[in-house]
Design a protein around this ligand. Structure first.
Ligand code: AMP
Length: 422
């Protein structure tokens, strides 16, 4: 039998209910902070990511799903959501209507990484971008929003890591010192870092290889090189976090894996995740628009991994079960079944979750199934009840059985009882 492709997953019930809950909570919380949804295409021209994310990033150099279209144009399945949002913002001149555009997205992303727990080749992100402001207050507000989101879905245990990686003015002197230090330590670095130390030394700070860690700790720190503007920006940002009582740790080596970041970068991690412990990553990307060939545009945003959020919820047993049906219809005999289809139609239109037993079962096996499904009530009726137009409504938890007429069944009282939790 054909199987799903390595690194992709089917999301099955009851896990899918958890996904829906995470997504709807995100929508609800983002709406409170005046974000609107944007949906961009799954594939874009390769150039958008090659330029936007950066040629020497792992994503562009080895992880993109790139293919040639029939007209020979190079296309790529989106590996991330920020570059497409910035592209769309200009393409549709969104900022004419919204001087500060607050947009969020959710959907699949594609990176050809080595699959493991919490890391897939098709994964899902929820992200948000604020375009048109370089105010550090907006950064703190987004972190406040993320904190509210995490608490609301039940992930209270998490750590916020923050850093500033400076701007194109103050970063070059730092990169100079970094390169010098890396040349001295070259022999001790992993093969990737040896390459990176020449092509993109900042990326070395991001390396996860064990033997590189003590070397990275001894390298110059960007925080000692920030110019006045970047320092003031970062201090203000931290001050806004303090004022909101948002706890954080400063991590000088936090540079993130994408090239477009400037100034503030952050990650939210969770110990519940194991090796792939980054739940959310984001930062400021004031230069991205120009890299893409657009006019200057300040931007700040983040993306969170839905799979990782769901993993934590599953591991901490915060599993959202699909709510059991409120009414199980157990018709006995063919005529009763015909009638049951109409009752089910009526009940569902009234907003009552119904299960209609399609298999002509005995009463005993129908009750066994209703029990298994944890249905709150069972409506039982056969030939005799049909002739008298009566129904037996059984409340499963108490075992109490009530005889109802056709009118009773459709009355506000009974509908209220079915909807209620008793
Ligand atoms: P990034 O776009 O690399 O900044 O990643 C942002 C977030 O997306 C990460 O913190 C993860 O939660 C999630 N993420 C990134 N890559 C993957 C992947 N391959 N599989 C699952 N989640 C991922």
């Amino acid at each position: 039998m054909i199987k799903a492709i390595k690194g992709t997953r089917d999301i099955l019930p009851p896990e899918s209910a958890l996904w829906n809950r995470v997504e709807s909570t995100a929508r609800e919380i983002f709406d409170l902070y005046s974000f609107s949804e944007i949906r961009t295409p799954i594939f874009e021209s390769t150039e958008l990511f090659a330029r936007g994310v950066g040629e020497d990033t792992d994503i562009v150099s080895k992880e993109m799903y790139t293919f040639e279209d029939r007209d020979e144009k190079s296309l790529t399945l989106r590996p991330e959501g920020t570059a497409p949002v910035v592209r769309a913002c200009f393409e549709h001149q969104l900022r004419h209507e919204m001087p500060i555009a607050k947009l969020y997205y959710l959907g699949p992303m594609f990176r050809r990484e080595r699959p493991q727990k919490g890391r897939y080749r098709q994964f899902h992100q929820i992200g948000a971008e604020v375009l048109g402001s370089d105010n550090p207050a907006i950064e703190a507000e987004i972190l406040e929003m993320l904190q509210l989101f995490l608490v609301r879905i039940g992930i209270a245990e998490h750590t916020l890591l923050v850093n500033s990686i400076g701007c194109p003015l103050c970063r070059p002197p730092f990169l100079g010192k970094l390169k010098e230090a890396l040349v001295a330590k070259r022999a001790l670095l992993c093969a990737d870092c040896r390459r990176r130390s020449e092509t993109n030394p900042l990326r070395v700070l991001d390396c996860k290889v064990e033997s590189c860690q003590p070397i990275i700790d001894s390298l110059p720190k960007i925080s000692d090189f920030l110019d006045e503007g970047c320092r003031a920006h970062f201090d203000k940002f931290l001050g806004y976090l303090d004022a909101r009582e948002i706890a954080y740790q400063q991590v000088p080596r936090l540079v993130r894996g994408l090239d477009y970041y400037t100034r503030t970068t952050f990650e939210i991690t969770s110990t519940a995740l194991g090796a792939q412990n980054t739940l959310i990553g984001g930062g400021r990307y004031d230069g991205l628009s120009e890299i893409l060939g657009g006019p200057p545009l300040k931007g700040f945003g983040f993306a969170l991994g839905l799979e990782r959020i769901v993993l934590i919820l599953q591991e901490t047993k915060k599993i959202a079960e699909t709510a059991p049906a409120q009414l199980f219809l157990a018709p006995l005999g063919e005529a009763a079944f015909e009638k049951a289809t109409l009752i089910a139609k009526f009940m569902r239109a009234e907003g009552i979750r119904c299960v209609l037993d399609f298999e002509a079962r005995s009463l005993k096996s129908a009750m066994r199934l209703a029990n298994k499904l944890q249905t709150q009530h069972v409506l039982i009726f056969g030939e005799t009840e049909l002739q008298n137009s009566t129904y037996q409504l059984k409340h499963m938890a108490s075992g109490e059985q009530t005889e109802l007429t056709e009118t009773d069944l459709r009355s506000k009282l009974v509908l209220g009882r079915l909807k209620g939790s008793f």
